[in-house]
Design a protein around this ligand. Sequence first.
Ligand code: FAD
Ligand code: SF4
Length: 463
Amino acid sequence: MVKSERNSVITRPSEVRVKDFEEVSQGFTYELMKAEAERCINCKNAPCTTGCPVGVKIPQFIDCLKRDDLDGAVKIIKLDNNLPSICGRVCPQEKQCEDKCIRKLKLGGSVAIGSLERFVGDYALANKHEVAKTACKKNFKVAVIGSGPSGLTCAADCAMAGLDVTIFEAFHEAGGVLVYGIPEFRLPKDSIVKKEIAQLVELGVKIKYNTVVGKTIKMQELLDEFDAIFIGTGAGLPSFMNIPGENLNGVYSANEFLTRVNLMKAFKNGADTPVYVGKNVAIVGAGNVAMDACRTAKRLGAQNVYVVYRRSKEEMPARWEEIEHAIEEGIELLLLTNPVKILGDTKVEGIECVKMELGEPDSSGRRRPVEIAGSNYVIPVDEVIMSIGTRPNPLLTREYAALQTTKRGTLIINEETQETSVKNIFAGGDAVTGAATVILAMGAGKNAAKTIIARANSKQIKE
Ligand code: FAD
Ligand code: SF4
């Protein structure tokens, strides 16, 4: 058995990368990829695969890498995952496949499955790997609402099965959070996201941009034209703390801040939708979104960037790697600290916080943060970015009230089929789960596609 330690990817030095938006992680070289692939011991029962929400056949694709068969590795991954370059970069592998890897505890650390997947995905993009098209077209029309990972995956699987697919997207670009939320320095848009989406168009999927279903076009119009509908509209409505001062100039939601920068390129001179970046910026929250917002503010020239979080570092929900990268880039963590008021006349001048301590565990299993009375203090900041979570936008469910939702506004579905309360309308991703992950959204899109394809097949038999 190979006893070697896990190989690290090449990472750009923090003092260099903090000045630009280029990708932080450079991935594996060919030699590192080979060395890492050799660490996989090809376990018979493949526990790693059970940790992958879309069931990528991990030992099989790694085995191809050991034999320098990159084309074989592409084919195996693409059977289950049509966005490997994206997933290899942003999936929380440490909590999924790599968490289940047999090497994790005693054998030098889990195999770096995510970085190997990224290597294969990038190879496929660089070498224009053919997409698996079907010649057999079926008379079955599918409308996909939203072009995030759930919609893209559902669309790809349906198109590969010969169905006639149209995506309706509210923005002028496809990708959902992949383009408007996750910054360039973690997920390059032109070289990765756009290329993976272009493969979908090659499959024959049509994309209608600038189309807000529920406003520009009604649900009933889609029902009249299409045999099935998939709703993958995500959870883009930001939550706020409802504390005094949240309406001051200089307070953003992380979604708005990141959308202005990533999608609207607000940092460029003369941009239509500019963004304000303060000298001293507080980001409230500690998830992946907060890490993206604080690192973006730093890159845009903020001098002091604070992450304000009411629990301790151990409870921060962001990926560990992102937290470490943020600290290396000079972001300051203000832990066990909770904002109670944003100060200022018309513009933000400071944020009043109170110190917290950890009490008994709450319903999430994490220790509940409890205020320390009289510990209030002010951090002088001129910008506050709220990153405390998002919910689904109610626009579509208000316009088409037959769709049943939970109290949190998420769509209710049958988990086996992904079907909503309305026949032939399916849903998945953050619109169903609330804010979650790229791979879970993809898994839901895949699951819905399975049912939609089965319906198309049975319609064809009847015809
Ligand atoms: P989305 O990606 O939200 O896409 C929904 C799409 O639907 C959007 O394009 C939207 O414009 C469109 N839409 C909405 N309403 C309508 C309508 N009425 N008509 C037409 N179109 C509509 N996950 C990870 O796994 N790893 C990470 O590192 C990570 N980092 C993140 C960083 C940020 C800043 C954010 C915000 C999220 C992050 N996530 C991460 C979460 C992940 O991106 C989401 O879970 C995932 O994108 C959800 O996919 P989705 O398809 O459900 O929706
Ligand atoms: Fe390879 Fe780890 Fe999967 Fe075993 S669990 S097959 S070592 S990646």
